[in-house]
Design a protein around this ligand. Structure first.
Ligand code: FES
Length: 103
């Protein structure tokens, strides 16, 4: 079943920034702003249990703070060792200036 979860307002995540969102009833989520376009993924690294929003974000790549593995936030693809399993991504819905994810 798909649930629409309120994440934040657009202004809460500037271009090049990321935001941790812990919404009731949803898995830990990360919101990324890539040059004005928003993407949402699981916030939990697939290599272990680190929170990706504690890491580094540049361009469309987020780097895990624990072992330096990387993911493309648009596709969820693992792009750097030791991460191999892709990151779950979620569709983003923009309503006015509010961001939602379908999880
Ligand atoms: S926990 Fe993220 S790279 Fe190991």
């Amino acid at each position: 079943m798909v649930t629409k979860v309120k994440l934040c307002n657009e202004a809460d995540v500037a271009p090049g920034q990321m935001l941790r969102v812990d919404a009731p009833g949803a898995p830990p989520l990360a919101v990324f702003n890539v040059a004005g376009a928003f993407f949402v993924t699981s916030n939990v690294c697939t290599h272990n249990i680190a929170m990706l929003t504690d890491g580094y974000f540049e361009g469309d790549i987020v780097e895990c703070p624990l072992h330096g593995g990387c993911f493309n936030v648009k596709s969820g693809e693992a792009t750097a060792f030791p991460c191999e399993k892709p990151l779950q991504t979620y569709p983003v819905v923009v309503e006015g200036d509010e961001l939602y994810a379908e999880v």
